[in-house]
Design a binder for this molecule. Structure first.
Ligand code: NAD
Length: 478
């Protein structure tokens, strides 16, 4: 049965005549339908969102915290269905949606509820009087989500934005919308201002563009650099604060003294979980020359054993890519690299069966290139110790650097000099709502999560109450 998923605006579910059919990437059959949000509906949504924000911002921190805990609850109460929807739509194995992505997104609401419960605005007394620092919201925030982990990034960006008193127009990717639209049916039952949380659906270059052009007060964008560039141009006549979480060429640096078993386990995970469609995933593995041959051989052996199949089957370790377009782009990228001299060590050809299956692929490079695939494709290259600092520094992107070594002083030195938002030493994916997350250089700016995440979505207001002489009294002496 093909299920319809209307969009959710101003507390109402609406449809348009323009349908977007959703194909199940495992069997290429239509299983759901989205609707392109109409222009007049977006206008209605903007109006309602602004009205609801006026109500929401006047609630106390404790009252807002209560709502955040409710959102945490509805995410977990409906976890199974939400996880199945993300898996069916996107193709990632169920255990990833069920045990990692959605629970982590939900945790963010709990974290910011606790954060609000202990938050106090600042007050200081000086010779001139009293200074109050209030944390005010920015207003209406347009939140753009990527397709791979919709409810996780919903948690990363929307929990703090709501905590700070903003209202939200969420624009999920047309390739990853269903779990959010399902969630909307539970949000609708909460006792919150209608229009506080809206989910608009449609294509990036139509609806996404109209939203960027609108008079929202801030954009929180998670997605690709190419789209961010478009959003800058689209919003040029209505400039607003933009924070952005982009991808990048994440490096994994393995020194010869590292624990080989742990390195292999973590490289497999960081390269191929979610078919490599993780912003924190590894793109380029750099291995010290002494251990290169041996480690690569074991890595290729293990990679070939990864079991691909139906993402809802608990035995499946890697599912299909979400669309044929994505699969074709990746294959072209692999072939282009091969034509430039890279050697395919395993994978490299789409599976000849129904569904968008691309196998885990390892390419050996002759020269360093910094490329993000967002697919089950990873590059390997050996390095000499004296060159590694330069290789790390020359990466134009700066999201994640992994360092594997037993020499913790060397690791710390490299971590300190590197321009990355996250450096993991002898670990991977060590993340939680308390820890700020975001990239440097071409991987974006601004941070989600942690207390820094809250202040991205708030603007401090200073109220100075003078009860003595102000600094200018008597200046002219007239
Ligand atoms: P994308 O850039 O294609 O899409 C992101 C969002 O922008 C979607 O909602 C899309 O509909 C919208 N969009 C597309 N074109 C638009 C336009 N012209 N105007 C306005 N909006 C438009 O990204 P994606 O393919 O969904 O996600 C993959 C990318 O996201 C990768 O580069 C990945 O590294 C990055 N990512 C980053 C993080 C992070 O936290 N740093 C997390 C997940 C994904």
């Amino acid at each position: 049965m093909v299920k319809e998923y209307p969009y959710y605006i101003g507390g109402e579910f609406r449809k348009s005549n323009e349908e977007i059919a959703k194909l199940n990437p495992n069997n290429e059959e239509v299983f759901a339908k989205l609707f392109e949000t109409k222009k007049e509906d977006l206008d209605f949504c903007l109006k309602r969102t602004r009205e609801s924000q006026e109500l929401w911002k006047n609630l106390s921190f404790k009252e807002r915290a209560k709502v955040l805990r409710e959102i945490h609850r509805i995410l977990l109460d409906n976890l199974r269905l939400l996880a199945e929807l993300e898996t069916e739509e996107i193709g990632k194995p169920l255990k990833e949606s069920l045990f990692v992505d959605i629970p982590l997104g939900a945790d963010c609401f709990n974290y910011y509820a606790s954060f609000l419960e202990s938050l106090e605005e600042e007050l200081s007394e000086s010779e001139a009087g009293i200074d109050l620092i209030k944390y005010e919201p920015l207003g209406v925030i347009a939140v753009y989500l990527p397709y791979n982990v919709p409810l996780m990034i919903f948690g990363f960006s929307c929990a703090s934005a709501l905590a700070a008193g903003n209202s939200l127009i969420i624009k999920p990717s047309e390739y990853g919308s269903l779990s959010l639209l399902e969630l909307a049916t539970y949000i609708d039952k909460l006792d919150i201002p209608k229009g506080l949380i809206n989910i608009v659906t449609g294509k990036g270059d139509t609806l996404g563009r109209s939203l960027a052009q609108s008079d929202v007060d801030m954009i929180s964008f998670t997605g690709s650099r190419e789209t961010l560039k478009k959003i800058f141009q689209e919003s040029i006549n209505s400039p607003k604060k933009i924070i952005c979480e982009l991808g990048g060429c994440n490096l994994c640096v393995v020194f010869s003294d590292a624990d080989k078993r742990r390195v292999l386990e973590n490289i497999l995970g960081s390269s191929f979980i979610k078919s490599g469609q993780m912003c924190i995933g590894t793109s380029l593995i750099l291995i010290e020359e002494e251990i290169y041959e041996d480690l690569v051989k074991d890595l290729v052996d293990k990679t070939k054993r990864i079991k691909m199949g139906d993402p809802l089957d608990p035995q499946t370790q890697m599912g299909p890519l979400p669309t044929r377009g994505h699969l074709e782009n990746i294959h072209k990228q692999v072939k282009d690299l091969q034509a430039k001299g890279a050697k395919i060590l395993c994978g490299g050809e789409p599976l000849s069966k129904k569904g968008y299956f691309y196998p885990p692929t390892i390419l050996e490079l002759k020269e360093i290139i910094y490329e993000e695939f967002f697919a089950p494709v990873v590059l390997v290259k050996s390095f000499k110790r004296q060159d590694i600092e330069k290789i790390i520094k020359e990466n134009p992107t700066g999201l994640v650097l992994q360092i594997w070594t037993n020499d913790i002083f060397k690791a710390k030195e490299l971590a300190n000099m590197s321009g990355y938002g996250t450096v993991w030493v002898n670990t991977f994916a060590q993340m939680s709502p308390e820890i700020p997350f975001g990239g440097n250089k071409l991987s974006g700016w601004g941070r989600n999560l942690g207390r820094f995440g809250f202040f991205e979505y708030a603007q401090p207001k200073h109220i100075g109450i003078g009860f003595k002489k102000s600094p200018v009294e008597g200046w002219f002496g007239v």
